[in-house]
Design a protein around this ligand. Sequence first.
Ligand code: SAM
Length: 181
Amino acid sequence: GYRSRAAFKLLEIDDKDRLLRRGQCVLDLGSAPGAWSQVARERVGETGRVFALDLLPMAPIPGVDFLQGDFTEEATERALEALLAGAVLDVVLSDMAPNLSGIASVDQARAMHLAELALDFAVRHLRPEGVFLIKVFQGEGFDDFRRALGAAFRSVAVRKPKASRDRSAEVYLLGRGLRGA
Ligand code: SAM
């Protein structure tokens, strides 16, 4: 079984958009407890590779290279780059969401900051035809982020899987194909 119901969101998006393919190299940001990594592992198969990162520890998944760290820290990015060891990514997934402070404006700003860092990392490590799927929250900064995604990728789509219908502000943005690549 999957470690979280989050699996069903990725499965639904992937069944429609065909992001994950055999042999691919995938990075899963905000991976704990590990459901998306499980799905990615199944879909890329033995010939693929899955790298995962989270602030929290994650129980091992065979075939998934996990790094624990805070993605907002420069040192974590360096450690992640060391783990990738030059691997060029086919897919970057980010389901990161900050721990909630309860102050909506603070939580939204933190979420958008994580999204910007993930976009920046994806642009630097994806192959030209690469795919970026990220959870974002509608609200302050959403439109700017969507524009930034449109400036970075040739195509941008919004996805709202059925499994996320109860979380009203949450949507997934899907960027495909780096511009200027
Ligand atoms: N996709 C996961 C799955 O399928 O099991 C669920 C991810 S959960 C919704 C969001 C994750 O983002 C949490 O595990 C949280 O620890 C992580 N996260 C939040 N802030 C982070 C940060 N600064 N760096 C790394 N991970 C972070």
